[in-house]
Design a protein around this ligand. Structure first.
Ligand code: UDP
Length: 309
C-alpha cells in the first residue's frame, strides 16, 4: 500500500487530496498546524489508514516508516490570510518547503509542490505558459506569498538537481469548491456568502480584472496525475475558462437567487489584471483537462455554503 504525507492536509485542497488518495487505496498522513486549515475538513474520515498529525511544518518533521509521496500543500492561500500572516507565509514557503524536501530526500519519496499562478504576478504574457518568468513585486503586500512560492520552486529544483529528488511542481490557478471557508476572503466564497446573506457583493476595482476558476474535483484529478507522472517540469493545473470578476458576481447572484446589489471597493495593491492558464502542457503530459462547468461547480459550492450558514 503506497503511503503519502499531505502537508496542509486539513486545508481546502489538502483535505480533498486526502479523500482522493484514501479512495485510491493509499495510506495517508495529514499534517497541519490548523492556522488556516480546519479539523472539520477531515473529521468525516473513517479509515484506519489515515493519521492526522498536528504540527507546524516549518519545524523538523519526524515520521517513522516508509513514505512514497509527499504533497506539500501547507500555506495560507487567501490574500487576506497572507496579509494577516505575512511571516508565517514566508516561513512555510521557505523553511517548511526545506523540511518537507529534506524528508522526501531521506525517504526517497516523490515530492509534489503546490505552487501557484501567483509566480506569474501581474502577468505581461497572456495566457500564461509555464515558460513565462513572471512579473512580481517582491516588496508589495502579495510578495510574501508570491516570493515564498517562487523560492519553493527554486528549492525544489535544487533538491531535484543536487539530490535527485523526484520533484513535481503544480502551478495551481484559482480553485474553488466545498470546504472553502465562509470568511475565506477569496472572490467565490466571499460572493456566495454575501449573496446568501443578502448583503452587498464587494467587487474590487471596476470588476473588469479577469480570473479563470477551476472546480476542486478537476483540480485534484490533475494534481494526482501530475504526482504520478514522470515529469519534473512545472505544470499549470487550472481551468482556462476566463471571466471578469463582475461577470462572476452577477453569475453568483443569479445562481443563488439573491437580491444582493453590487458595491464597488478599491482594488487591492498589485491585484493581477488578468489571469488564464495555458494548459497545453497538462493536456499533453497528463491527458488532463477540467470537465466541470462553472455553473455546476458553483451550484455544488453554493449548496455547501447554504448548509454551513
Ligand atoms: N475580489 C473582489 N471582491 C472580493 C474578493 C476578491 O472583487 O470580495 C477580486 C480580487 O480583487 C481579484 C479577484 O476577485 O481581482 C480574485 O481574488 P481572489 O482573492 O479570489 O484571488 P486572487 O486571484 O487575487 O489570488
Amino acid at each position: 500500500m503506497p503511503r503519502a504525507l499531505v502537508t496542509g492536509g486539513a486545508g481546502f485542497i489538502g483535505s480533498h487530496l486526502c479523500d482522493y488518495l484514501l479512495a485510491k487505496g493509499f495510506s495517508v498522513i495529514a499534517m497541519d498546524n490548523l492556522i488556516t486549515g480546519d479539523i472539520a475538513n477531515i473529521a468525516h474520515v473513517r479509515n484506519e489508514n489515515f493519521l492526522f498529525v498536528k504540527q507546524d511544518v516549518t519545524n523538523y518533521i519526524y515520521l517513522e516508516g516508509p513514505i512514497d509521496y509527499i504533497l506539500h500543500f501547507a500555506s495560507p492561500a487567501s490574500p487576506i490570510d497572507y496579509l494577516e500572516l505575512p511571516i508565517q507565509t514566508l516561513k512555510v514557503g521557505s523553511l517548511g518547503t526545506h523540511k518537507a524536501l529534506g524528508l522526501a530526500r531521506d525517504k526517497k519519496a516523490a515530492f509534489l509542490l503546490a505552487s501557484t499562478s501567483e509566480v506569474y504576478g501581474d502577468p505581461l504574457e497572456h495566457p500564461q505558459k509555464e515558460t513565462y518568468w513572471g512579473n512580481v513585486n517582491p516588496v508589495g503586500p502579495r510578495g510574501v506569498y508570491d516570493e515564498a512560492k517562487r523560492f519553493s520552486e527554486a528549492l525544489a529544483m535544487a533538491y531535484h538537481r543536487v539530490h535527485g529528488v523526484n520533484v513535481k511542481i503544480a502551478r495551481i490557478f484559482n480553485t474553488y469548491g466545498p470546504r472553502m471557508r465562509v470568511r475565506d476572503g477569496r472572490a467565490i466564497p466571499e460572493f456566495i456568502s454575501q449573496a446568501l446573506r443578502g448583503e452587498p457583493i464587494t467587487v474590487f476595482g471596476d470588476g473588469r480584472q479577469t480570473r479563470s476558476f477551476c472546480y476542486i474535483a478537476d483540480e485534484i484529478e490533475g494534481l494526482f496525475r501530475l504526482m504520478t507522472s514522470d515529469s519534473n517540469r512545472p505544470v499549470n493545473i487550472g481551468n482556462p475558462q476566463e471571466m471578469t470578476i463582475l461577470d462572476l458576481a452577477e453569475r453568483i447572484i443569479k445562481l443563488t437567487g439573491s437580491n444582493s446589489r453590487i458595491d464597488f471597493h478599491p482594488l487591492p495593491q498589485d491585484d493581477p489584471k488578468v489571469r488564464q492558464p495555458d494548459i497545453g502542457l497538462a493536456r499533453q503530459l497528463l491527458q488532463w483537462e477540467p470537465r466541470t462547468s462553472l455553473d455546476d461547480g458553483l451550484a455544488a459550492t453554493i449548496e455547501y455554503f447554504r448548509q454551513r450558514m
